[in-house]
Write a protein that binds this ligand. Structure first.
Ligand code: SAM
Length: 280
């Protein structure tokens, strides 16, 4: 499968025979070949074997699905994990309704907006909003990213059987695959979402040490979301109360459109287009 960058290719693999059916299924959906992890290992020992070379592998192992770099790109597996690490820490100690993202989307003691996240990515922001009590609908168009997110959500749903707090959070999240522009255009004219949230990719910065290797990989897979201005236009037609655009703190306004106001997070900024007074 050729991704955003014409020089980037990907395969699907599996570490255990019992994971082969899931790998075949995903390989078919992505239109890419499926190989065992052992085959990948043995090919990678043959330097520059152009036939079977690929840049990334989407691998099923006992911990779920992850994206692994091949050909010496040095970063660890990219995996969507709602039940450990950063997501659990943020869920337990993230600051609740006081967080900039909570204020930005309009969460208060009196109101919990439904949120439509047009740019789901690996679901980090959506998960925070669902942790605060919002019903969240995630949309993701990139099949690789969608597959990682679907896998992460499915594992969180399973883990929710023993952790009711996690179970309640993931029950508030739904995920659709596809382009948000098509989704918004297909909504009936009266259908609106309380808050519409966008966090598009930036055009790739020069490969500086500041851009983490995982982020570089994500860029290679996804690209720069150059149609994000169009998405903002559509979002403004479909939001009931507000549209929120997440940007890096130093970035200009998306498509040069000035928001009603902005809220600064640590390294990020939330630009808020307020359309109507929030209830409560
Ligand atoms: C920067 S990432 C979002 C990160 C996310 N906020 C998080 O917390 O993980 C942007 C994602 O939006 C997706 N995206 C961009 N434009 C889209 C569109 N029109 N429809 C669906 N997904 C889109 C990209 O494929 C990419 O995965």
């Amino acid at each position: 499968m050729w991704l955003n960058n014409a020089m980037t290719s990907i395969k699907v693999s599996f570490t255990q025979p019992e994971l082969q059916p899931a790998a075949e299924n995903l390989g078919q959906r992505l239109g890419v070949s499926v190989v065992s992890a052992d085959e990948i290992k043995s090919h990678s020992k043959v330097a520059n074997s152009s036939d079977d070379s690929c840049d990334y592998v989407l691998q099923f192992d006992t911990q779920g699905l992850s994206l692994l770099p091949l050909k010496g790109k040095q970063h660890g597996p990219i995996r969507c994990d709602f039940d450990s690490g950063v997501n659990t820490h943020r869920r337990k100690f993230g600051g609740g309704n006081g967080q900039a993202i909570a204020k930005a989307v309009g969460v208060s003691g009196k109101f919990l907006p439904g949120v439509l996240d047009l740019t789901a990515g690996l679901g980090g922001d959506g998960f925070v909003l669902a942790s605060l009590g919002c019903q969240v609908r995630l949309l993701e168009r990139n099949l690789v990213v969608h597959s990682l997110l679907r896998d992460g959500l499915d594992r969180a749903i399973a883990a929710g059987a023993d952790d009711s707090e996690l179970g309640d959070i993931v029950a508030r999240i739904s995920l659709l695959e596809g382009d948000s522009k098509t989704y918004l255009a297909g909504l009936a004219s009266m259908e609106q979402e309380d808050t519409v949230f966008l966090d598009p990719m930036f055009p790739e910065r020069k490969k500086s040490a500041k851009v983490k290797k995982e982020m570089q990989a994500f860029h290679e897979i996804v690209g720069g979301d150059s149609d994000a201005g169009e998405l903002l236009d559509l979002a403004l037609q479909r939001a009931r109360y507000r549209v929120v655009v997440k940007r890096s703190a130093s970035a200009g306004y998306l498509a040069g459109m000035a928001p009603s106001y902005s809220l600064e997070g640590k390294s990020t900024r939330f630009d808020i287009f307020a359309l109507k007074k929030l209830p409560g």
